[in-house]
Design a protein around this ligand. Structure first.
Ligand code: 2P0
Length: 323
């Protein structure tokens, strides 16, 4: 009753910020994302009848909030399998955790994949995605690879792959500007924005158009159109965050310097655009062939601690020969 899974974080180009219902963790809007194959979470799940409760170690640390979210997902998997044993869960990220690099998305995608594997379940992808969504609304996007669209449908969400990594081999450069965890989690930040930002309703109302434009740009492999809509949607989300009370200022001075640098590069003819999630890291999305130059330019920005490069990646999968 043990299995190991690998999943990659994802970065949304048209983003998820806010929920239409807490029950089921249903997002207010759809989203469009890229899977970052160069960063990985590896998670083992070991169901053990001798355990009195689920034990969850994330990068060697135990945290009650993470454990309760993990238990909620595992309870659904246990229900599917008719099993009551608690589990030992070990999860490791090869990138900074909780710092706006979507570690919860890769974490819960790997968790449900390993959990289902350990129980010998062969669930429909839709069911697995619904279980992952309870842990993290962005996790279903890491179950698939490449460019992924998540949409609201009735009382659930549906994910589909819009392009496989080989269909449009974009590269992502991540400029890390702070290595510690963020001060306010996405979950708490969204709840606060929903209640207090005067821009939140506009964000939700204009989101459908952004999603359609992003999707059309990906389908047409129209990089300039994707750059335009992704930067707009990112800055609109940060406008909601900044106008939340108390405010959510996820950027550092280095974050802003990187945004200017990316815009300069694009003015100089380099096909690159930026996006930033609920954290201070900047993700620069590049057409094939320019990621090396973009990485060098961002590494030279004062305050950038580290630059990571990533191709598009595959969806979550069980690791063969788990030891
Ligand atoms: C996104 N984020 O679309 C946006 C951009 C953060 C900023 O999806 O509450 O950690 O667990 O469902 O999954 C963060 O969402 O939040 C997120 P919960 P989650 O990538």
């Amino acid at each position: 009753m043990r299995a190991v899974a690998v999943a990659h974080p994802n970065v949304a180009l048209v983003k998820y910020w806010g929920k239409r219902a807490r029950a089921g963790n249903l997002p207010a809007t759809g989203s469009l994302s890229l899977v970052l194959g160069g960063l990985a979470t590896e998670t083992s799940v070991d169901f053990d009848p001798a355990l009195a409760r689920d034990r969850v170690l994330l990068d060697g640390r135990e945290d009650p909030e993470t454990t309760s979210r993990v238990t909620a997902c595992l309870d659904l998997l246990r229900g599917e399998a008719g099993v009551s044993a608690r589990a030992a869960v070990l999860s490791r990220n090869d990138f900074p955790t909780g710092a706006g690099l979507a570690s919860s998305a890769s974490g819960f995608a790997a968790l449900v994949t390993a959990g289902a594997g350990a129980l010998g379940l062969h669930l429909k992808p839709q069911r697995l995605a619904e279980i992952a969504r309870l842990g993290s609304g962005s996790a279903p996007r890491s179950l698939l690879g490449g460019v992924v669209l998540l949409t609201n449908r009735g009382q659930t969400t549906v994910c589909e792959q819009v392009a496989a990594p080989a269909d449009w081999p974009l590269e992502i450069v991540v400029a890390v500007t702070t290595s510690g965890p963020k001060a306010t989690s996405s979950r708490e930040g969204m709840a606060r924005s929903e209640q207090t930002s005067p821009y939140y309703d506009s964000w939700v109302q204009t989101h459908g158009g952004d999603l359609e434009a992003g999707l059309a740009a990906v389908r047409a492999r129209d990089f300039p159109a994707l750059a335009d809509i992704a930067e707009h949607n990112c800055l609109k989300m940060h406008a909601v965050m900044l106008t939340t009370r108390p405010p959510l200022i996820y950027w550092t001075p280095a974050t802003l310097a990187c945004l200017h640098r990316v815009q300069e590069l694009r003015r100089d003819g380099v096909p690159v655009f930026f996006t930033v999630d609920a954290g201070p890291q900047v993700k620069a999305v590049c057409l094939p062939g320019v990621a090396g130059d973009v990485a060098a330019a961002l590494a030279a920005v004062p305050g950038v601690l580290q630059v990571l490069r990533s191709p598009l990646g595959e969806g979550a999968r069980l690791r063969a020969n788990a030891d």
